[in-house]
Design a protein. Structure first.
Length: 187
């Protein structure tokens, strides 16, 4: 079976994403490539919250790939948003403007083993990067909490979280100005 889909978001007048691939259900294998080629958020302004400022200045680019065979699903994707500006009082007292963020994800899912292997989960804001790797497994068995509640698995979590060394000046420059405390001199 061939997969060839496309569409938009929130009533945009042009196609903003594609899904292409193939699936062989008899052999239980296939692949799917999802793409949201770079576009500015003004194309979907009708569905954005009011907190998003200047959507024409924000560019979004995303890709996600799936491939499955022999009971194993490999996945990976990248998301980049450049020029993000938002206003939300819970976040900051003023607008957070012109921020670039990225997310990369790579991993493997083994449904029969109830296991996910995170080869790379990486988030980036300007020069600040954080990485997560490891495994999460839900083997059979059950776990009973002290209050008597029970869950039907015994979670096994092995994760490593790392933030690479970064010179202090680059770290501070990576934090949007609206999110840093400011002091005012009084006389």
């Amino acid at each position: 079976m061939t997969i060839d889909l496309y569409g938009s978001y929130g009533g945009a007048r042009e196609d903003l994403w594609t899904a292409k691939g193939h699936a062989d259900f008899d052999r239980q294998e296939g692949a799917l490539a999802l793409r949201a080629e770079q576009f500015s958020l003004d194309k979907i302004a009708d569905v954005l919250p009011k907190a998003v400022l200047a959507p024409a200045n924000t560019k979004l680019d995303a890709a996600f790939d799936l491939a499955w065979s022999a009971g194993v699903v490999h996945f990976g994707g990248d998301l980049a948003a450049v020029g993000v500006s938002v206003q939300n009082d819970a976040l900051a007292s003023g607008p957070v403007e012109d921020v670039s963020v990225g997310l990369a994800l790579r991993g493997t899912l083994v449904p029969a083993a109830r296991r996910i292997e995170l080869e790379r989960v990486e988030a980036r804001v300007r020069d600040l990067t954080a990485r997560l790797t490891g495994t999460i497994e839900l083997p059979s068995g059950s776990y009973r909490f002290g209050n008597g509640r029970k869950i039907p698995f015994v979670p096994k979590v092995e994760l490593t979280f790392a933030v690479p060394r970064l010179p202090c000046a680059k770290l501070l420059a990576s934090i949007p100005a609206a999110l840093t405390p400011s002091s005012t001199a009084s006389s």
